[in-house]
Structure formats: C-alpha cells, structure tokens
Design a protein around this ligand. Sequence first.
Ligand SMILES: Cc1cc2nc3c(=O)[nH]c(=O)nc-3n(C[C@H](O)[C@H](O)[C@H](O)COP(=O)(O)O)c2cc1C
Length: 170
Amino acid sequence: MKDGLETILTRRSIRSFTNEPLDEATIKSLLHAGMSAPSAHNRRPFHFITILDETTRLALKNKSMFAKMLDEAPLVIAVCGDKVRQPIHDFLIEDCSAATENILLAAHALDLGAVWIGVYTLTGWQKFIINTLELPKNILPIALIAIGHPKQTRKDRERFEDDKWHHEKW
Ligand SMILES: Cc1cc2nc3c(=O)[nH]c(=O)nc-3n(C[C@H](O)[C@H](O)[C@H](O)COP(=O)(O)O)c2cc1C
C-alpha cells in the first residue's frame, strides 16, 4: 500500500476499468475511508449506496454525458447526504465531498482506479439519481464514484504552483 502523501500526490481520475469485480472486504475498506471523513459539527450526514447492478449502472450512464464510464466500472458508490442531520446545505455538500475524496484516495492507495462524477443540486441529473436509487425525501445525492481495477495508466503530474501560495495576506 502507498503511504499517505504519495497517495495524495499521485492520484489521478481513472475512467476505464477491467471487469474484475471488487471483493466485499475491499468495498468495506472504501466505505470505511468515506465514513472517516471530517464533518461539520461532527454530524456525519453521509450515506453510501453501493451499486453493482449492471442495469442501474447503464441507466445512470445513459443519463449523463459526463458519466460514460459507469457501465464499465464494476462498482459505483453514490455518496448521499442527510438534509435532516445536516440542514446547512453548504456543510452537507462539504461533508459529502470530504467523504468522496477520502474514497478516491483509498481506492488509489489500494491500487484501484476511481473517478468523481459530479451531481449538482436541482438538476435533472440529480432528480434522475433520486428516482433511480429510490432515495427518501431527506436524502440528497452529492456525488457518484466509479471504481474498479484500472484499464488505463495515468502519469501523476507536478501540480505545485508557486502563484497559488500567498504569504500572510493576498
Ligand atoms: C466536483 C467534481 C465533479 C466532477 N465531475 C466529473 C464528471 O462528471 N465526469 C468525469 O469524468 N470527471 C469528473 N470529475 C473529475 C475531474 O474531471 C478531474 O478530477 C479533473 O479533470 C482533474 O484530473 P485528476 O482527477 O486526474 O487530477 C469531477 C471532479 C470533481 C471534483
């Protein structure tokens, strides 16, 4: 397994996967990483739906031009937020985003590939996910993550930018 900083610095989005399934222990490790994210007021409003069913993955893929990898990925995780547990919308998005990034990093640490698929509020795409996954009224989908054994390799890039480092004041 890679160490923490190496994992962060070398992660890339992977959009092509082999059809090798992921075992239950691996899926649990990914969810454990998601559930270990920080959250505002420690409300931990995140929920995770694991989607292995090919018909569901295909339906989701066909609904968004940015989600073409969903049928190939053996696992899709829908990261959802509970609006009752965290009523401040910005915090709900931030908490679920932290959980999403944790899962991306855990996948990379385990030599899997993964990509974040955005779900923004009040769009047809979000409504489609709500209906397809039969989410209750208080649960919002915040992100989908396609995960699998990578069929592509992507080089990590140097991304340190001096002009993004501001000293003391802007
Ligand atoms: C909020 C968010 C939404 C994203 N949505 C999509 C998406 O819908 N489809 C996709 O292929 N990649 C998506 N990405 C992945 C970005 O395209 C990717 O992170 C970016 O191009 C940088 O590449 P890297 O992840 O390899 O560093 C999303 C990333 C974020 C953070």
